[in-house]
Design a protein around this ligand. Structure first.
Ligand code: CO
Length: 157
């Protein structure tokens, strides 16, 4: 089921999302709906607060709908090396504000639980690393546009 994606200004996007403590079948359903919603919007990542669920769940899918997406529950980064700067967008931000450069760590190690509650570790770099950091930001109420100083931006409209 394709879900509605909340837009910047919605207070749910600004909450610190709580950790998942149980892994019922509804969690797998949410992850499936998030994946479908991400693909339908042609995104490469999505976080549960973006579909109105304040929970620490993210999905990444850099290779489109034909490849399996990665679902991460309670993700956290334990190692980060080097820096990169890339132009970002977000399904919760109007396209006119996409394309702003954000600095992120280039190589990360992320720990999370899968939908069965099993602990997993993943090494990610470049675009996938930036994507995971962007999605974890969503779990902490942060949007990529927060990193861009307003006085450095052209006036809106
Ligand atoms: Co986003």
């Amino acid at each position: 089921m394709i879900l509605k994606i909340l837009q910047d200004g919605d207070p749910i996007l600004r909450l610190i999302a709580p950790e998942v403590v149980e892994f019922p079948v509804e969690l797998a359903e949410l992850a499936r709906d998030m994946t479908e919603t991400m693909h339908a919007a042609k995104g490469i990542g999505i976080a549960a607060p973006q579909v109105g669920r304040s929970l620490r769940v993210i999905v990444t899918g850099l290779d489109g709908p034909k490849a399996p997406a990665i679902v991460m529950v309670n993700p956290y980064i334990t190692r980060a090396q080097d820096w990169q700067r890339s132009l970002e967008g977000c399904l919760s931000v109007p396209k006119e504000r996409w394309g702003q450069a954000v600095s992120r760590r280039k190589r990360i190690v992320v720990h999370y639980r899968n939908l069965a509650g099993e602990p997993k570790t993943l090494k990610a770099h470049t675009l996938h690393a930036a994507c995971i950091q962007h999605e974890i930001d969503h779990l902490n109420g942060i949007l990529f546009t927060d990193y861009v100083h307003p006085l450095r931006q052209p006036p809106p409209g």
